[in-house]
Design a protein around this ligand. Structure first.
Ligand code: CP3
Length: 316
């Protein structure tokens, strides 16, 4: 996650001249940014350079991506009426994303291109809070008090996400990841009642490519998640990967190195990487990954050391 980001000098240089949205809307630049870390470090997948909020721009939402903050929505949805202005997005307008995917397939013929979308709860939380929130009190209060409007918002988001993911598959992505980054804020009961049906609908509609469902702080949701139709569950470091694997049963797990261990230097990062590999002991389907985004302060040499270590210590 954020394998193409601010820890890379080339990316920082580019960001001096262009905003993140400018890069995303320019397929040549975006494909260059997305392929650079793959060529430099030998990652096994290239992730489309974009952001989860992009489809919201086709749903009548005004937003910005602020450095160090993330997505910011200027007029958050705080009333049932305001949800009435949100409609299913015209994802066919995101032609620059589809062009980027084609360019990535041409540039990196041997590496799978990973497409993605934000999941409805995580997208709704940005729409309602206006920006990342620690407790998500506005989102939860909206969800409890305006059940009907919540359902309509979640339906519109679900429809948009499905169309967007399908379009990415049509243009060549070979894996899809659904980012429900903030879903861990929910209790198992609330997840089941207010969110799970929409996630399941999205997963069920995607055919032909492996589906990864990702969330942070989801240790308490594992049981509830285990019957969703994903192929791989992406987890962060707050849960032991062996425990998560037992809980999701027949499916596989992706993760879960704490990105902060890379700030501790090579010895610390490799020790933790080794402990993850021991825990999964080469179970087929394990996707080694960080538990969340690469931090901007990360030394690229440590990233390289981790990639090489994982490649030499796993059967592929
Ligand atoms: O290399 C990649 O991973 C691909 C590109 C990618 C970005 N965002 C680019 C980006 C992906 C897959 C995302 C997904 C995304 N965006 C998620 C889901 C994954 C996760 O991290 O949980 C979420 C929650 C967002 C929303 C968002 N956008 C956040 C929280 C931030 C970070 C704020 C910050 O500045 O630290 C962003 C901005 C963002 N999106 C950056 C990048 C490379 C940092 C950017 C910059 O200013 O250039």
């Amino acid at each position: 996650m954020r394998q193409a980001g601010r820890y890379l000098p080339g990316y920082r240089e580019l960001r001096r001249a262009h905003s993140i949205l400018e890069i995303i809307r320019n397929p040549q630049l975006a494909a260059k940014v997305a392929s650079e870390p793959v060529l430099r470090f030998g990652f096994d997948g290239a992730i489309v350079f974009s952001d989860i909020i992009l489809p919201l721009t086709t749903m009548g939402v005004n937003l910005e991506l602020e450095e160090g903050v993330g997505p910011v929505i200027h007029e958050p949805l705080r009333t049932p009426d305001s949800v009435g202005h949100i409609f299913p997005g015209r994802v066919e307008d995101l032609t620059f994303i589809y062009r980027q995917i084609e360019l990535l397939r041409e540039t990196l013929p041997k590496v799978p291109v990973i497409g993605f979308a934000g999941a409805p709860f995580t997208l709704a939380s940005y729409l309602i809070e206006g920006r990342y929130s620690r407790e998500f009190e506005q989102t939860k209060s909206f969800m409890y008090r305006n059940t009907e409007a919540w359902g309509s918002l979640m339906n519109n988001l679900t429809e948009t996400v499905i169309a967007y993911l399908k379009a990415q598959v049509r243009h060549g992505v070979e894996v899809l990841q659904l980012f429900d980054s903030w879903v861990g804020a929910l209790s198992p009961n609330d997840f089941r009642e207010y969110v799970k049906p929409y996630v399941q609908q999205i997963l069920a509609e995607i055919v032909g490519v492996p589906r990864i469902y990702f969330g942070t702080s989801i240790a308490g949701l594992l049981q509830e998640l285990s019957d969703l139709e994903f192929d791989v569950l992406g987890i962060d470091w707050r849960v032991n990967i062996g425990v998560a694997w037992r809980e999701v049963g027949k499916k596989s797990v992706q993760g879960n190195l704490d990105p902060s261990t890379l700030l501790g230097g090579q010895v610390v990062a490799l020790k933790e990487a080794k402990s993850i590999l021991n825990e999964v002991s080469n179970r087929p389907g394990h996707v080694f990954n960080l538990g969340h985004g690469v931090l901007p302060q990360t030394d690229p040499a440590v990233v390289k050391a981790v990639v090489d270590f994982v490649h030499t210590h796993t059967e592929r």
